[in-house]
Write a new protein. Structure first.
Ligand SMILES: C[S@@+](CC[C@H](N)C(=O)[O-])C[C@H]1O[C@@H](n2cnc3c(N)ncnc32)[C@H](O)[C@@H]1O
Length: 290
């Protein structure tokens, strides 16, 4: 199902400058990516060979963390970086080409319908991908399909992104903007509840190929402090392309009240007042039945 929000997200990730503007988001997605590797047992790889899919790879955050984890054991690692956005694929191709000895390829891949045979990867990892998919659950099922029997499927999903409190405060200060805002924000619940432990567990348990005894769902929290105007701008400015996702259920008048840069400026002001941003996510790993 393509909703207005998912169409806007697709457009946002297809933008020609996305890889450049997205690089500031790596500050938010890298720490959970490292925690995902830890939970998937990849922080200190054993013997044997690993073929790993970095699904919805963006600029390659998971792959960069894998390169660190496999230092000195590069010959055991093969990576496929897949993303729907040709721009992201271009950027990650360039990035992996600069790493000596890395066996990796980057390709366009729709995570909801991959042109990849079943039972292929030892690990399929999706770091903050599914919440941008039109149908996150079909993405999850597809990941399980392409994992080897006994292989690991891992994902991270936001419970709350660090900018959300600033967004709420910013909106509450704009006359004519909706008040109060729902919690969680409606765009978070449009197609999934991957921020919810019980819901996530239930979805996984409903997939026959999943070994339910291996489901592990952990909360991960960290803080980034934005110390300068440049850092604030780096975080807030790219949000402009996403505003219609966050505000898609508002009336025309409410959207107008926040227009002409008012909402972005108000978010920046809220971050100046509270520069510590708290990022909370769920880290989920599971094994496919052997
Ligand atoms: C929030 S970014 C996460 C990127 C990266 N994994 C990270 O942790 O920084 C979401 C990514 O999902 C990709 N994406 C959205 N829909 C997709 C789909 N159906 N199949 C594959 N990738 C998709 C976007 O192009 C974007 O690169």
């Amino acid at each position: 199902m393509t909703t207005k929000a998912s169409a806007t997200l697709a457009k946002f990730f297809a933008d020609k400058n996305i890889a450049k503007t997205y690089s500031s988001a790596e500050r938010a997605t890298s720490p959970p990516a490292r925690a995902l590797l830890l939970q998937a047992g990849l922080h200190s790889p054993g013997d044997g060979s690993y073929e790993i899919l970095d699904n919805a790879c963006g600029t390659g955050v998971v792959t960069m963390a894998l390169i660190q984890a496999f230092k000195g054991k590069e010959e055991q690692l093969k990576v496929v970086c897949g993303d729907f956005s040709p721009r992201m694929v271009e950027a990650v191709k360039e990035r992996i080409s600069q790493v000596d000895g890395l066996q990796a390829e980057a390709r366009e891949l729709n995570g909801q319908a991959m042109e990849i045979e079943q039972n292929r990867f030892t690990h399929v990892l999706t770091n903050f991908g599914f919440q941008s998919f039109p149908e996150p659950l079909s993405g999850l099922r597809e990941s399980i399909r392409v994992a080897k029997p006994g292989g690991t499927v891992g994902m991270t999903n936001w419970i709350t992104a660090g900018w959300v409190p600033a967004f709420r405060l910013a909106v509450s200060r704009i006359p004519g903007a909706p008040s109060p805002l729902q919690d969680p924000l409606p765009f978070m619940t449009r197609t999934n509840r991957f921020f919810d432990v019980a819901w996530t567990r239930q979805q996984l348990e409903a997939i026959p190929e999943v070994d339910p005894t291996t489901i592990q769902i952990e909360e991960h929290t960290f803080v980034t402090t934005l110390k300068s105007e440049a850092e604030i701008s780096e975080l807030v400015t790219p949000m402009e392309g996403m505003l219609s996702v966050f505000t898609s259920d508002w009336s025309e008048e409410e959207q107008k009240a926040c227009g002409e840069g008012r909402l972005l400026e108000s978010i920046k002001q809220a971050v100046r007042e509270e520069p510590d941003l708290v990022w909370k996510s769920l880290i989920t790993t599971v094994r496919k039945r052997a």
